[in-house]
Design a binder for this molecule. Structure first.
Ligand code: SAM
Length: 281
């Protein structure tokens, strides 16, 4: 077994199948001085499954709303040179899960921190989706209030990247309908349900197709929704020039040309020529 170094260890845990845990994660759980978890029962259960004894170690509950006292307690243990393993309920901590406030405080205090990486529903879904994986935007859970939800989707409409969202099964049908209206019914999309579990399902099609596929079904389980990027906009020279002028304020000609060509979906050669003209003029 590897010796566990002092500091905070962010441990990724399975998103379904219990065997999806790394040897590194098991080493950290077996060897850390203190165990910290979003849900202490879930962590104890996972450790039981993998035959890792607690041996009298403390299991402390922590989430981002645990309060300043709990955060200071953990920072104090780290400052004493203890090793802490932190696991959220499932998957990778901080990814639509607690851990951000703690990781930020540990980084700010200059205390040691490392990760035992592993399962994450967003990445698992992206790899299965068949949608382009070169650029993606993980947007987490859409807000539930109607107005906030609409502007959240509007903001995503022109993003030149595969969109990845988490959603509750109860709201899936409504989300697909709203996305078809905001992003365009013809956009290719994928719904991944219950990844790595017994009833795993991957549905593909346009947003309009998916609205039909889920219509009338009582959808259960955990869901990731992915949507292909917007079709490139027809950008004229004026639009390209305006985007370049903005980008050239903070980027080199080369970087600005790459950025604008990717953002507007226009040939890099054309953008680079305009960028050179503008940077010289
Ligand atoms: N930290 C986790 C991760 O790394 O993916 C995400 C935690 S977030 C509170 C839970 C959401 O993740 C679920 O509502 C669902 O959208 C997604 N999710 C988690 N496990 C999943 C699975 N097995 N299949 C599909 N989606 C899953």
């Amino acid at each position: 077994m590897r010796a566990i170094s002092p500091g905070l260890h962010l441990v990724s845990t399975p998103i379904g199948a219990a065997r999806d845990i790394t040897l590194h994660a098991l080493d950290v759980l077996a060897g850390a001085d203190v165990l910290v978890a979003e849900d202490t029962r879930t962590l104890r259960h996972l450790m039981e499954i993998h035959g890792i004894p607690l041996n009298g170690r403390q299991v402390i509950a922590y989430h981002d709303h645990s309060g300043e006292g709990q955060m200071q307690r953990l920072l104090g243990l780290l400052a004493e040179g203890r090793s802490l393993a932190y696991a959220s309920e499932a998957g990778t901590p901080l990814i639509s899960d607690p851990g951000f406030e703690l990781a930020r405080a540990v980084a700010a205090a200059g205390l040691p921190m490392s990760a035992a990486p592993g399962p994450c529903a967003a990445i698992c879904a992206l790899t299965l989706s068949g949608l382009p994986s070169d650029r993606f935007l993980f947007a987490g859970f859409p807000p539930s209030a109607q107005g906030a939800r609409r502007s959240f989707l509007e903001d995503l409409a022109t993003v030149q990247a595969t969109l990845i969202l988490y959603e509750s099964p109860k709201r899936l049908a409504a989300l697909l309908t709203e996305m078809a209206a905001t992003l365009g019914a013809a956009r290719q999309a994928v719904v991944c349900r219950e990844l790595t579990k017994r009833f795993e399902e991957v549905m593909r099609g346009s947003l309009a197709d998916l609205v039909e596929q889920v219509d009338g079904r009582d959808i259960k389980g955990e869901i990731v929704v992915l949507v292909d990027r917007a079709a490139p906009v027809e950008a004229d020279d004026t639009t390209i020039a305006a985007a370049l002028d903005q980008a050239l304020k903070t980027m080199s000609v080369k970087d600005a040309a790459t950025f604008v060509s990717q953002t507007l979906g226009v040939s890099r050669k054309i953008v680079y020529r305009i960028a050179l003209d503008r940077s010289q003029g």
